[in-house]
Design a binder for this molecule. Structure first.
Ligand code: HEC
Length: 196
């Protein structure tokens, strides 16, 4: 009898182990699917925003482009989200538009990115992907990747702005915190939420 019990026990343990292994594989598959979708949406949003920004900078300089960002960025963000069937947006530790302020999880990831960059990490290696409880017992996948400043960005986010640019920003964003950035520094991040 003892022998049989051992066999039963062993097969129970083996069954449990293979179920755990299967669950881990499922989780990994799901994670890589979520990451792929998040990165695709991020690229779409980045491309759409950069396209509009560059076109309006060329056509009318930074003053015209401020209006483009102000009037179009939220709409472009919403449309990209709808098309991708998820929520993609931008956030930052210091925001221009208060609607882009980070929540607790985003704040944590932004601080982590900032510390890693200060320590010399390559921005390409930085990302966040996590399955989190969204508060009502349901789980969502969350993803973030850093946005660094290029030369163009400094005209509206740098240390010294042209007076008319500073005035136009102050008029539309009285609580603007998004100036004083150096070249290649952490301006913010793309942030994605995928509901399961
Ligand atoms: C012509 C001025 C202008 C330029 C150039 C510009 N931005 Fe912005 N940026 C804005 C405005 C205006 C907003 C607020 C948009 C809104 O209301 O959602 C903004 C918002 C952002 C945000 C969202 C977070 C926040 O602060 O609200 C990020 C991230 C950002 N910009 C990054 C960049 C990067 C990176 C570049 C360079 C590729 C850049 N910007 C170039 C004007 C500019």
């Amino acid at each position: 009898m003892k022998g049989i019990c051992h066999v039963v026990l062993l097969s129970l343990v083996a069954g449990a182990l293979s179920m755990a292994a299967q669950a881990a594989t499922d989780h990994n598959d799901e994670a890589s699917r979520a990451e792929q979708r998040a990165q695709q949406a991020t690229q779409q949003l980045a491309k759409a925003l950069a396209g509009r920004l560059k076109a309006s900078m060329r056509a009318g300089g930074p003053l015209a482009a401020i209006d483009t960002c102000h009037l179009e960025a939220p709409g472009i963000t919403d449309t990209t989200s709808e098309q991708a069937g998820l929520v993609v947006a931008r956030t930052a530790l210091r925001v221009r538009n208060p609607d882009n302020a980070p929540d607790e999880w985003e704040q944590m990831q932004l601080e982590r990115f900032s510390t890693a960059l200060d320590a010399g990490a390559s921005p390409r290696t930085l990302k966040a992907l996590e399955r989190v409880d969204n508060g009502d017992g349901k789980h969502v996948w969350r993803y973030m990747q850093p946005i660094l400043t290029g030369g163009l960005c400094l005209q509206c986010h740098g240390d010294v702005l042209a007076p008319e640019v500073a005035a136009a920003i102050a008029e539309r964003y009285p609580n603007d915190q998004a100036t004083g950035f150096a070249l290649s520094s952490l301006r913010g991040a793309f942030t994605v939420t995928i509901t399961e």
